[in-house]
Design a protein around this ligand. Structure first.
Ligand SMILES: Nc1nc2c(c(=O)[nH]1)N[C@H]1C(S)=C(S)[C@@H](COP(=O)(O)OP(=O)(O)OC[C@H]3O[C@@H](n4cnc5c(=O)[nH]c(N)nc54)[C@H](O)[C@@H]3O)O[C@H]1N2
Ligand SMILES: Nc1nc2c(c(=O)[nH]1)N[C@H]1C(S)=C(S)[C@@H](COP(=O)(O)OP(=O)(O)OC[C@H]3O[C@@H](n4cnc5c(=O)[nH]c(N)nc54)[C@H](O)[C@@H]3O)O[C@H]1N2
Ligand code: SF4
Ligand SMILES: [Mo]
Length: 717
């Protein structure tokens, strides 16, 4: 098979082969993974990072290095199953979930799903069916292909996928018109690196070697994060900013840069629009370092120094400054504005023009996949609706399931089809989400690899493959290499991927379009067939042969890609970097409404050893995460007045819910801030995780979730 790389050992008759796969978890690194497969048994016996991949560089993160524990876990969901009559929807004991279901065949499962969906569509209109999915896999086929065709043709509600990055994404589009950024390799050439709301060690480990390389050559690393991450402890400087105040900090930096004339006037003139207005705004007294210090908790002298060092980088023989912004800052009420403000900084200093300068939030816009060909939105016209279906914001799932008009007008949600996601654990305002899922009149299907918190509420569960068991094509949001992920092993049990599940279900619904017959290779060809020059020469066959191929982005005389170094890069309507409307700092509604009763800022964080809720059920990963699982991290000045010491059981609560955790008074959070980790509900003490406390309020831009704008109070349990 052409997609397999030749393994030298096969010549010594150990009968293994090595297959190039791609880690499909929702991570910027999209690693190339070499899977060693035993030819006789067909079992994968080893996974390793592809040494030939320029960003993976031969290593995997701790989560995926032992991936076979997850693939071959005895807890895998392997067969279609139907809820046993009389078993109520709700939490099941971990490891014994299958007892609540009866095994059925795929034929029975698909027939029953098709019959139920037809009936619901006939009685309530197809928009009463809500598909709910996110990024369990970010392979193009798994993330959004045949599933979309199916739901479009059905006329089901559309889902606005806002739970992660829509505020920051909208921010990037407003300033740059496209989601591009400095490539990870180029960080090695920086002289100053700012990790701004970026937990690089936890979430983006393959950037770290490039940062280390830069530091060996004299670069400084500054971390701006309210939490003392491992990245922060390893940095030259950690600025523990008050959560939700990044707009103020970035405006304060602009104030100093512009007051002292440190901006790059030539670049600003050539590549931006709205400078005069931004300048007048940033120079207002409310953005002076002393004023900003009060908001951010970072002292005025530090803000001045940071601004000067940032602006001086790249001048007089110094190496440039690169900012790694991650999505942490935009998951709060004014997070869209915060991301816009930070994104404007390199437009003022012109650091885009230098190798090792610029900024990265996401590189996803570098990949011109033809998502229209994959998802075929035009099928909505062929649906019984004959028009585009209504859109439901996934960050308001609780509202969608508990309000008769789904919170957006139209019919109540009568069917929920979940795949690539575990909303019972990851969606905000969990109590409303679970109330909705418990509804006896809600028909619920869950396509999963494991019996998650969400599967506990399903009428029918369907088995899904891991990335070792299916073929896909993938880009990345943290590098510039396209990859094909070959199928390394046969699907376990009766697992079926997105393409097979929704193609077959389309047939059972009586959809006659030939697009429901497309298979993986055809879809991959369609995804790559956008005709965009950045995909020039990148075909399925070539990706199968070479594993990864760098996008053909424009390069300068030295062969270096410098995004936004000239006006041609911008895709805003003006063709320039947009500095208007000027960003305005605002305090969150959560704090205006609740600060008296619930005085503590809550960081409901991702776990370093899980991937959102994925891996939380794997014993190996639980051991790696043991120190922080079920723990509330506090500052001594908040613990003492509440009579709390490390080890105490504490109740964390607000008007939306409560969870019981174990206090740990440590140096990871500052005064007024508490932090805990995302976990599975059924593995948590009171069957609820941190999302029992988060709200369905949306971000200022992009309709995103606001996990990090959460206030709580804490008391001894
Ligand atoms: N190990 C691991 N890796 C992951 C994930 C995981 O769950 N675990 N999740 C993956 C996913 S879904 C994503 S989207 C990516 C990106 O993940 P991110 O969205 O970047 O991850 P977070 O950890 O939420 O946020 C990054 C940092 O921002 C900080 N932060 C929170 N609020 C603020 C604020 O107001 N200001 C500032 N300056 N910082 C703030 C947090 O303390 C955190 O350390 O990571 C992916 N990688
Ligand atoms: N409190 C709090 N909540 C958060 C966050 C936070 O930082 N704090 N982060 C938010 C962010 S950034 C994100 S991106 C979301 C993530 O939310 P989700 O995208 O729901 O992420 P996971 O929890 O990783 O769940 C993904 C599920 O998909 C399954 N899966 C994997 N591959 C496949 C496949 O090929 N097919 C099918 N059918 N299933 C598959 C996995 O087994 C897993 O259970 O969570 C959000 N929620
Ligand atoms: S989770 Fe991220 S770092 Fe880990 S193997 Fe996957 S892509 Fe690489
Ligand atoms: Mo995310």
């Amino acid at each position: 098979m052409s997609q397999e790389l030749v393994d030298a050992r096969s010549e010594t008759r150990t009968a293994t082969r090595t297959v190039h796969a791609v880690c499909s978890h929702d991570c910027p690194d999209s690693c190339g993974v070499l899977v060693t497969v035993d030819e006789l048994s067909g079992r994968a016996v080893k996974v390793q990072g592809d040494p030939a991949h320029p960003v993976t560089r031969g290593f995997l993160c701790g989560k995926v290095a032992k991936y076979l524990d997850r693939v071959y876990s005895p807890d895998r969901l392997l067969y279609p199953m139907r809820r046993r009559a009389g078993v109520p929807k709700g939490p099941l004991e971990q490891g014994r979930e299958a007892e609540a279901f009866d095994r059925i065949s795929w034929d029975e499962a698909l027939d029953e799903i098709a019959a139920r969906l037809k009936k619901i569509a006939a009685e309530h209109g197809p928009e009463s069916i809500l598909p709910y999915s996110y990024a369990g896999t970010i392979g193009q086929l798994g993330y959004g292909s045949m599933d979309r065709r199916f739901f479009h043709r059905l006329g089901a509600s559309q889902l606005d996928r806002t739970v992660c990055s829509s505020a920051g994404g909208t921010a990037l589009l407003s300033v740059y018109g496209v989601k591009l950024g400095t490539s990870p390799e180029d960080f090695a050439h920086a002289g100053l690196i700012i990790a701004w709301g970026a937990n690089i060690h936890g979430n983006n480990i393959h950037l770290w070697p490039f940062i280390e390389e830069a530091r060996r050559n004299g670069a400084r690393l500054v971390v701006i994060d309210p939490y003392r991450t491992r990245t922060a402890t390893l940095a030259d400087e950690h600025l523990a900013i008050h959560p939700g105040t990044d707009t103020a900090l970035a405006l304060g930096m602009m104030h100093v840069i512009l007051r002292e004339g440190l901006e790059d006037s030539e670049y600003i003139e050539r590549c931006t629009r709205g400078f005069a207005e931004l300048r007048a705004h940033a120079l207002k007294p409310e953005h002076a370092p002393e004023a900003v210090a009060k908001i951010t908790g970072i002292d005025a002298a530090t803000i001045e120094r940071l601004a000067r060092v940032y602006a001086a980088a790249g001048r007089n023989g110094r190496k440039p400054a690169a900012i790694r912004l991650n999505y942490g800052i935009q998951r709060s009420e004014n997070g869209g504005t915060a991301a816009r403000t930070v994104a404007m900084l390199p437009l003022l200093t012109g650091s885009w023009t230098q190798h090792g300068g610029g900024f990265q939030l996401s590189t996803s816009g570098s990949f011109p996949f033809n998502s229209n060909a994959l998802q075929m939105p035009e099928l909505m016209k062929a649906s019984p609706l004959g028009r585009a279906a209504r859109v439901v914001n996934m960050s308001r799932l609780g509202q969608a399931l508990t309000q008769p008009d789904a919170g957006v007008g139209g019919p109540p949600v009568k069917a929920l089809f979940v795949y690539n996601s575990n909303p019972a654990a990851i969606a905000p305002n969990q109590n409303d989400v679970l109330t909705g899922m418990r509804r006896a009149d809600l028909f619920m299907v869950v396509h999963e690899q494991f019996f998650t918190d969400t599967a506990d509420y399903a009428d029918i569960v369907l088995p899904a493959p891991t990335f070792l068991e299916t073929k896909d094509v993938q880009g990345a949001y943290g590098h510039l290499y396209a990859q094909v992920s070959a199928q390394a092993i046969a699907p376990l049990g009766e697992a079926r991927n997105n393409v097979r599940l929704f193609g077959e279900l389309g047939r059972r619904m009586g959809f006659e379009e030939s697009c429901f017959d497309d298979r993986e290779d055809e879809l991959i060809d369609q995804a790559l067939g956008s005709g965009n020059p950045w995909f020039q020469g990148i075909t399925r066959e070539r990706l199968e042969r070479e594993g990864h191929v760098r996008l053909t982005l424009p390069v300068n005389e030295a062969g270096v890609t410098l995004p936004f170094s000239s006006p041609e890069w911008f895709r805003t309507p003006s063709g320039r970097g947009e500095l208007v409307p000027v960003p305005v700092f605002a305090a969150p509604v959560e704090s205006r409404a609740n600060a008296q009763q619930y005085p503590l800022e809550f960081l409901p964080r991702k776990a370093d050893n899980y991937m959102n809720s994925t891996f939380a059920n794997i014993p190996l990963h639980q051991r790696m995460e043991a120190k922080t699982a079920g723990v509330l991290e506090m500052h001594a000045s908040d613990a003492a007045p509440r009579g709390i010491v490390s080890g105490h059981e504490v109740e964390v609560f607000n008007a939306r819910g409560r969870v019981t955790l174990r206090a740990h008074v440590n140096g990871h959070v500052g005064a007024g801030v508490v932090a805990a980790r995302l976990d599975w509900n059924k593995l948590s003490r009171d069957g609820a995780n941190v999302n029992a406390l988060t709200s369905e309020r949306l971000t200022d831009l992009g309709g995103g979730a606001t996990f990090y704008s959460t206030l709580v109070e804490v008391r001894k349990a």
